[in-house]
Design a protein around this ligand. Structure first.
Ligand code: AMP
Ligand code: ZN
Length: 143
């Protein structure tokens, strides 16, 4: 059935769970997008300043910029982070890396840094895959 196919796709993190899904956890106990702040941004439940959007990805300004220009680029599908990228969902990462040069060019940026933090020790605070695009001046060293 459609429900079974959807459940299987959600379990594989291929698609975000529907906004009307009850509770905050999938049947297998895995976190889904219900209590994820970036999924809330995607659903319009938390405001954001949009930079770019297409069918698969969304880009918006970071609320606490760490550089003169600080944009976050996220997949519309809820993936917990870089470690959740697989052969089944990596297409969206390619889409993100296609969009970033266009977004940057649109903002007149030639030089920028793309960063993703995976896991708390690496500084990941939001468990929804996101790429920081940092620009707008001479950036500091990496880590
Ligand atoms: P990370 O620490 O790598 O997980 O990055 C999470 C980023 O999300 C941080 O740079 C935060 O400033 C940013 N952030 C958190 N909440 C919001 C929000 N509501 N709107 C925009 N950016 C946010
Ligand atoms: Zn999410």
């Amino acid at each position: 059935s459609v429900d079974e196919i959807l459940a299987a796709m959600i379990a594989r993190e291929k698609i975000a769970p529907p906004a009307c899904a009850a509770g905050g956890r999938a049947k297998d106990g895995r976190k889904n997008g219900m209590d994820c702040i970036f999924c809330k941004i995607l659903r319009g439940e938390i405001p954001s300043k949009k930079v770019y959007e297409d069918d698969e990805i969304y880009a918006f300004y970071d609320i606490e910029p760490k550089a003169p220009v600080h944009i976050l680029v996220i997949p519309k599908v809820h993936l917990s982070g870089a470690s959740a990228v697989s052969d089944e969902n990596s297409g969206v990462v390619a889409r993100i890396f296609e969009a970033i040069p266009k977004i940057a060019a649109g903002l007149g940026l030639s030089d920028y840094r793309i960063v993703t933090n995976n896991g708390p020790d690496a500084g990941q605070t939001v468990s929804h895959l996101h790429f920081h695009v940092l620009a707008g001046g001479k950036l500091g060293e990496m880590a």
